[in-house]
Write a protein that binds this ligand. Structure first.
Ligand code: GEK
Length: 330
């Protein structure tokens, strides 16, 4: 029934920690496919059928444009087909990508976040990784490029899963076995204690309970494993947290924006050790902007037109911090 996810189910059957997931994963995937979001995914799958004959034997996962295949590998008709397909699968929020020479320019230049964090985290070579709220998987490909042994991403959005599948289905089978995006929310994960590094980037502020989110992430890590947490922060002391009255930067679903020191405190209270701040950076319109493949409002429209250090509601403009923290060893 759940064809696109079968390889993952087979892979985890032989893994002592991950096989625990089999108690609920098949049912969750089935429920997804039956849901409205799942119907949407099926619709995208029909679109993906058009790319069935594309096989990318050259990959470059270590540069800003994550790229698969070369332009000269496909016909002019296939180039045209890909350009049309990108449009049918809009909006492209994360990227950029290059697929057989066709560039997909996304709203976010996601490599800028990657460049800010990669030098501050434990090297990913040989590690098993979970990326929570992975979007269309841009950073997952970069993780694989760093030599990760296996990368699992979860994101409940059907479109993002389909965008990921566009590329995944074209790569060689040995690579397909190492990288998996499942259309699930973090709340659907049992305590797996299976991952050496867990990423949560751009997710904490969407969660209604920050404490539960941090504890849930911890329960995915092996003892001694590393959390990489990226989230919005505001200026202030250990007691400062912004809970927007209503919208924040026009977003209705922002619940919790702590100061750096209050988030450090929270990570410690949740039992993490070696909490380190590795980057703080105000988001610019160079990093987040409208493109041909994301034509609705972007950062520029969310800021006060007279003062780009404020959101349109008058709050501090989006500023993002990256932390690493470790789960205690046994
Ligand atoms: N319950 C949930 N569980 C898991 N994911 C969720 C949930 N709810 C929403 N999401 C997903 O979390 C992602 C947040 S974006 C960060 C992408 C990437 N990490 C990035 O850092 O560029 C936010 C941003 O870019 O500000 C979206 O793809 C949602 O579908």
């Amino acid at each position: 029934m759940f064809t696109p996810f079968n390889t993952f189910l087979e892979t985890i059957a032989g893994d002592r920690q991950l096989s625990r997931w089999l108690t609920r994963l098949p049912a969750d995937l089935e429920a997804f496919l039956k849901s409205a979001e799942g119907q949407e995914f099926r619709r995208y799958e029909k679109i993906l059928e058009r790319t069935r004959s594309l096989h990318a034997d050259t990959l470059n996962l270590n540069q800003p444009y994550v790229s698969f295949g070369r332009g000269e590998d496909i016909t002019p008709g296939q180039h045209q087909m890909l350009r049309a397909l990108y449009r049918e699968m809009m909006p492209w929020r994360k990227g950029p990508y290059e697929f057989f020479g066709e560039k997909a320019e996304s709203e976010w230049r996601s490599f800028m976040k990657w460049d800010r964090l990669i030098k501050g985290i434990t090297p990913l070579a040989g590690r098993k990784i979970l990326d929570v709220g992975c979007g269309n998987g841009y950073h997952m490909w970069r993780m694989l490029g760093e030599g990760a042994e296996r990368v699992v991403g979860i994101d409940p959005c059907a479109l993002f899963t389909a965008q990921f599948e566009l590329f995944k289905r074209a790569v060689p089978e040995d690579i397909q076995k190492k990288i998996h995006l499942l259309p699930l929310g973090i709340e659907q994960l049992p305590q797996l204690e299976a991952f050496d590094t867990v990423f949560s980037m751009g997710v904490l502020y969407h969660r209604r309970s920050a404490v539960d989110h941090l504890m849930q992430l911890q329960s995915q890590l092996v003892p001694g494993g590393e959390l990489v947490l990226e989230t919005m922060v505001i200026e202030g002391d250990e007691q400062t947290v912004l809970i927007p009255k209503d919208r924040y930067a026009k977003m209705p679903n922002i619940w919790y924006i702590p100061s750096i020191s209050s988030l450090e405190n929270l990570l410690n209270r949740c039992g993490y050790i070696n909490v380190k701040l590795i980057d703080v950076c105000m988001t610019t319109t160079e990093e987040q902007r409208r493109t041909e493949l994301m034509i609705t409002e972007s950062l520029e429209d969310f800021l006060d037109p007279q003062d780009h250090t404020r959101t349109i509601e008058g709050y501090q403009a989006p500023t993002r911090a990256v932390f690493t923290a470790q789960k205690k060893g046994r």
